[in-house]
Design a protein around this ligand. Structure first.
Ligand code: SAH
Length: 275
């Protein structure tokens, strides 16, 4: 049973906060002394630093989780932001927070599939894809839909776990138990390389493509997750079987090893749609 699949007494997405902190993505550790929450905010800042977000900016947050990056970006820059996610629970939590904060006219959430958003053509200046692309197997579909909803001159920013070295058939066999464990803990995921994303956007005519490998700065996140798991074990025990927690902790160790061995890493891609 994956941590995701167990039926917790509080909404599943919120339970993750005991482990991942207030954002549902990796942190960016520059000094190593940051708290996890500071580091995950720093990851948002790093991504945002690659473009300009202003009160007139219309941003689309693709795979918005429970909305924290959207609130954070709106608060810092005043931008208007629409968060979409496939998860009805995530959208319900984010929507309630937006109403509670009184910002629902500027920060809105919709339950949509990133591969077929149903949103109008050329309606956003920024597509913000934060740690959701690995959950979508159809990467060309994601890139095409992102292209469709961006205005000419619009910018896509994507950050995620990335593949640094492809797994050969022999590797898949060798690491089969580790990979099965990761799937149990994190669900079905498909990572691609930074070069893959660069080529995918370039093929659609995007330019000014930048890629940033921030694997070293992201890696300490995994140790922090393990520590949070140990620290919050009693609260989490109400929601997860011991085995699921043990497996999650082991999964963090497996990922750390893959990061160290340069098989997996973390990166940011920026690309600009032609005018
Ligand atoms: N970007 C958020 C959440 C990352 S978790 C943050 O940084 O905090 C990944 C998110 O992607 C979840 O909200 C999940 O529901 C969403 N997701 C996964 N597949 C999706 C799809 N096909 N379409 C839209 N959202 C998707």
């Amino acid at each position: 049973m994956s941590v995701m699949d167990s039926a917790p007494p509080v909404p599943g997405t919120l339970v993750w906060m005991f482990i991942l902190g207030h954002n549902l993505h990796y942190g960016l550790f520059t000094t190593g002394k940051e708290t996890l929450d500071e580091a995950t905010d720093a990851m948002i800042d790093r991504m945002a630093s690659l473009t300009r977000l202003e009160p007139e900016t219309e941003a689309l947050d693709v795979g918005c989780g429970i909305g924290n990056p959207a609130f954070y970006l709106h608060e810092k820059t005043g931008c208007r932001i629409t968060g979409i996610s496939i998860s009805s629970r995530g959208i319900a939590i984010a929507g309630k927070k937006s109403r509670d904060l009184g910002v629902s006219d500027r920060v809105a959430f919709l339950q949509r599939d990133a591969l077929a958003t149903g949103l109008p053509d050329r309606s956003f200046d920024i597509a913000w894809i934060m740690e959701s692309s690995h959950l979508m197997r159809d990467k060309p579909g994601l890139v095409a839909e992102t292209d469709r909803v961006l205005r000419p001159g619009g910018c896509v920013l994507l950050c995620d776990l990335v593949l640094k070295q492809a797994f050969s058939v022999a590797d898949l066999y060798r690491y089969r138990e580790d990979l099965a464990m990761l799937e149990q803990s994190f669900g079905d995921a498909k990572m691609e390389s930074l070069e893959f994303y660069q080529a995918a956007f370039a093929a659609r005519g995007f330019s000014r493509i930048e890629s940033h490998d921030i694997s070293q700065e992201a890696m300490p996140t995994l140790q922090r997750w393990k520590e949070n798991l140990a620290r919050n074990q009693s609260s989490l025990a109400a929601c997860f079987a011991d085995e699921a927690m043990e497996n999650f902790s082991r999964s963090c160790s497996i990922l750390t090893r893959f990061f160290r061995d340069n098989r997996l890493g973390y990166g940011i891609i920026k690309a600009v749609k032609p005018q």
